[in-house]
Design a protein around this ligand. Structure first.
Ligand code: SF4
Ligand code: SF4
Ligand code: FES
Length: 237
């Protein structure tokens, strides 16, 4: 058991009190996660707000900055941070609702027009052996819709009209696997100054993505597609 200091960003927009950092000392076990710490602290302070659901890195709701880096709190072990002071802050570039909770509306406003289906046709698991009553496993798309990539992207921070890494990655997946969608329309959506040409290709988004979507790599794929025109000639791949 080790004692760690946590400094947690606190702010309620519209409140008279300015933003502040509350400091706590918490004993942690080797397996204690950042989300465990927040849940522990909330027992004494129910006004502390943060998002979470699944507790195992699949719902994408618990994104936050931990010592300046975008992470999912539920799968970030405090011991792995190898520091005795942990600063917890809300994600960047998205409107703040309360403490560690940001408004994901701008994220979904850019993401949803692409209309990406959830199921990957290309990667069902043919060699898996599900129990008889299950029939077959289904492979879902990788993106958790967590918004970590938007927070890490400096272009999103400087240009609110930029489509951003998650939406562009979703568009690239449509191009790779159309599943009935109109590929030329999706390519036209991203072939703009605020689309894939706005990216500066330093890959901060891919670095923080918790599920290996590699949005930066997919943006480069879109650029190649637009330059070669393969998909615009009938969407055949
Ligand atoms: S590679 Fe592009 S989308 Fe990713 S963080 Fe950099 S500018 Fe943003
Ligand atoms: S691309 Fe990765 S970081 Fe961005 S929203 Fe999807 S899962 Fe999260
Ligand atoms: S609580 Fe679901 S990803 Fe962290």
């Amino acid at each position: 058991m080790a004692e760690v200091t946590f400094k947690i960003y606190r702010y309620k927009p519209g409140a008279i009190d300015p933003p502040r950092y509350d400091t706590y000392r918490v004993s942690i076990e080797p397996h204690t996660t950042v989300l465990d710490v927040l849940e522990h602290l909330r027992l004494d302070d129910p006004t502390l707000t943060y998002r979470h659901s699944c507790h195992h890195g699949s719902c994408g709701t618990c994104g936050m900055l931990v010592n300046g880096k975008e992470v999912l709190a539920c799968v970030t072990r405090v011991a792995d941070l190898k520091t005795d002071t942990v600063v917890i802050e809300p994600l960047r570039h998205q409107p703040l609702i309360s403490d560690l909770v940001v408004d994901m509306t701008p994220f979904f406003e850019k993401y949803e027009p692409v209309g990406m289906p959830y199921i990957r046709e290309s990667e069902y698991l043919p060699h898996s052996q599900p129990p008889e009553e299950v029939g077959a496993y289904t492979r879902f798309e990788n993106c958790l819709e967590c918004g970590l990539c938007l927070s890490a992207c400096p272009v999103v921070g400087s240009d609110p009209d930029y489509l951003g890494p998650a939406a562009l990655a979703a568009a690239a997946r449509v191009v790779q696997e159309p599943r009935g969608q109109d590929v030329p329309t999706v390519l036209a959506m991203v072939d703009t100054e605020e689309g894939c040409w706005r990216c500066h290709a330093a890959m901060e988004c891919s670095e923080v993505c918790p599920n290996d979507v590699d949005p930066g790599g997919l943006i480069m794929f879109l650029r190649r597609e637009l330059l070669t025109g393969t998909s615009r000639s009938g969407g055949k791949r």
